[in-house]
Design a protein around this ligand. Structure first.
Ligand code: GLN
Length: 198
């Protein structure tokens, strides 16, 4: 498998390392032509306003929207999740709009810009997942068809829809490979994707 990691800004190298640890090739993507021959795409965290502007400037927005509309597997972490949403009230640019979710940016407020929390993610099996939250968003609304994978209190912080996966935190900043493995299973259409960890 060959997985593209959008490399306009943000935690690109960390995602590529996670993929490598799963014996999967991760390639940085900066040009529309590099989207060809990929099996899936990761959109890393960073600053969603900046990334969405660069997506337009580098003519990547439309090709990625097109891929998303064909059910192409995409994993967005933090700012990547913001970009995958259909609706983001305070974003200056149009998001990619691939998932039927409404996302609120910087949802945990300034006083907790960054924090870490052990999360329960039933789809990943037993054992909590260490969530690293950095000026993190939350999913405010999700249409039917979106499956909630994780909540932190009342806040929805991870979800999937078809082969799209989104989380508000940064699995690539831990050494826990389960979220990336889950995405690879989703991408390959592994029928066992959801039961692999149980
Ligand atoms: N707060 C950032 C934004 O709104 C996201 C932060 C992150 O990706 N760690 O884009």
């Amino acid at each position: 498998m060959k997985i593209g990691v959008l490399a306009l800004q943000g935690a690109v190298a960390e995602h590529i390392s996670m993929l490598l640890a799963l014996n999967t090739e991760g390639v940085p993507i900066r040009l529309p032509s590099e989207l060809h021959s990929l099996d899936a795409l990761v959109i890393p965290g960073g600053e969603s306003t900046t990334i969405s502007k660069l997506l337009s400037d580098y003519h990547l927005m439309e090709p990625i929207r097109e891929l998303a509309s064909q059910g192409f597997p995409i994993f967005g972490t933090c700012a990547g999740m913001i970009l995958l949403a259909k609706k983001v009230p305070d974003l200056d640019f149009e998001p990619i709009g691939a998932m039927d979710i409404e996302v609120k940016r910087n949802a945990f407020g300034r006083q907790v810009d960054s924090f870490e929390a052990d999360l329960t993610v039933p789809a990943l099996g037993d054992g909590t997942f260490h969530g690293v939250f950095i000026r993190a968003p939350v999913i405010d609304k999700a249409e039917p068809g979106v499956e909630i994978l994780c909540q932190l209190g009342d806040n929805v912080v991870a979800a999937k829809q078809g082969k799209m996966l989104a989380c508000a935190f940064h699995p690539e900043l831990t050494d826990d490979l389960r979220f990336h493995r889950y995405f690879l299973n989703l991408a390959t259409g592994d029928a066992l994707a959801e039961s692999n960890y149980r």
